[in-house]
Design a protein around this ligand. Structure first.
Ligand SMILES: [Zn+2]
Length: 412
């Protein structure tokens, strides 16, 4: 992200990019190819230098964008076909590489990888001076190309600052990063607590209202995709029929992704219009979705159940929902997820038995009965606002494992 000016925000918008002719499409692929060539060239060079440095305890190669950029200028003089492509675009692929190396040296990212012609989606970025006019995008050294999006540009006053072009499946797409005036968010002093489940989002707010938002179930799209995947496995490699099946898989995955995105946007928008602050469980979704396979010496338990749960959790797109909430809400609070589903919201009694089935909650101490997910959302809200306002009216004991819908226990 570029440096943020005061009172400004960024938004990405994705369009279809219509090359107009196959010659133009080839030109786009050509630019992506040049970026890939440069990426691989410098990756090989730096990898070699890094290896040597490690062996002799020497200095690590300099991998800042600045120094890679200088070397690129030199390379461009030596490799004459590179001058057919925009200097800025091709050089910018080294910005990604600089970030990748620096992340690797810090130990937060894996070793950067070579880009293969077929493994990775061809892509490149126009780093600055993005020209968009009358719904068309200017690609340096190629020309103007039509962009298309249902509903057009949602930020007509936004200033385009960067555009990334990529091929996904058979389509070219462009995501444009716009700088816009900071949006006004809801300011009504209301907080809403949400409990994210595999098939719904339960919410309770401080005005006492509550409800449940739907999430599409593991749907027909998923069944269809998996059927095609099985078919693909039977088909001969390199055959035309296999190619057709592959294309169908891509198509249905795209549809699935779009509908999940849409759902996450609608749900987060609904809540953001209603409240100023969001309270949610602070779960490390990644840990939860890690496979339960384990190792040979220490095999995991409930592998199959966990795999099914993972699938439905990924289906629910909570990661995406959380990400959208982060920018739609004024304040987001994460609370300790432990025991939120076993605690009675009425008296604070904690017991596993409280939650009798997936849906129903009945307190064994005071008899309070509720929908299990709504009860959980009320607990989440209470512990979120409790931290500041109520000073934790009831404390939650420290458990060793947490129960997810009664299927699988994971350590936290
Ligand atoms: Zn109770």
């Amino acid at each position: 992200m570029p440096d943020k000016a005061k009172g400004k925000e960024f938004r990405g918008v994705e369009y279809r990019l219509l090359p107009g002719s196959s010659a133009n499409a080839r030109k786009l692929a050509g630019i992506a190819g040049a970026c890939r060539f440069v990426w691989n060239y410098f990756l090989a060079k730096n990898k070699e230098e890094y290896k040597r440095a490690k062996e002799s305890d020497g200095k690590k190669p300099s991998v800042s964008f600045f120094s890679l950029g200088k070397q690129f200028t030199q390379l461009r003089k030596e490799v004459d076909w590179l001058s057919e492509y925009s200097f800025k675009i091709v050089r910018y692929s080294l910005k990604h590489q600089a970030d990748a190396w620096q992340g690797f040296f810090k130990g937060v990212r894996k070793h950067p990888k070579f880009h293969s012609k077929y493994g990775k989606c061809p892509s490149f970025t126009i780093p600055d001076n993005v020209k968009i006019k009358d719904g068309r995008l200017f690609i340096p050294k190629v020309g103007w190309m039509q962009m298309r999006r249902k509903g057009g540009n949602p930020y007509p006053d936004g200033r385009p600052i960067r555009a990334t072009i990529k091929k996904s499946g058979r389509y070219w797409k462009v995501s444009v990063c716009y700088e816009i005036d900071a949006r006004k968010r809801t300011e009504n002093g209301v907080a809403v607590g949400v409990d994210l489940n595999t098939d719904n989002v339960a919410w309770t707010d401080t005005t006492g209202e509550r409800g449940m938002l739907g999430i599409a179930r593991l749907d027909k799209k998923d069944i269809r995709i998996r059927r095609y995947q099985r078919k693909l496995a039977r088909q001969q490699k390199g055959s035309n029929r296999r190619r057709v099946t592959k294309r169908k898989i891509t198509k249905w995955k795209r549809k699935q992704k779009n509908s999940r995105k849409n759902q996450a946007h609608q749900n987060s928008r609904f809540l953001a219009n209603r409240a100023e602050a969001l309270v949610r469980e602070d779960l490390k979704l990644k840990n939860m979705t890690a496979s339960a396979k384990g190792t040979v010496e220490n095999p995991g338990k409930n592998v199959k159940a966990k795999a099914g749960l993972n699938r439905s959790m990924l289906n629910a797109s909570h990661g995406r929902f959380n990400q959208y909430c982060d920018y739609k809400f004024e304040t987001v609070v994460g609370v300790d997820p432990r025991y939120t589903s076993q605690t009675c919201n009425s008296c604070g009694h904690v017991d596993k038995v409280n939650r009798q089935t997936q849906r129903s909650f009945r307190c064994v101490s005071c008899g309070h009965a509720d929908h299990a997910d709504l009860n959980a959302s009320a607990n989440i809200l209470a512990s979120g606002i409790g931290a500041s306002a109520r000073r934790g009216a009831f404390g939650l004991p420290t458990p060793k494992t947490r129960e997810i819908d009664g299927i699988f226990n994971y350590a936290i």
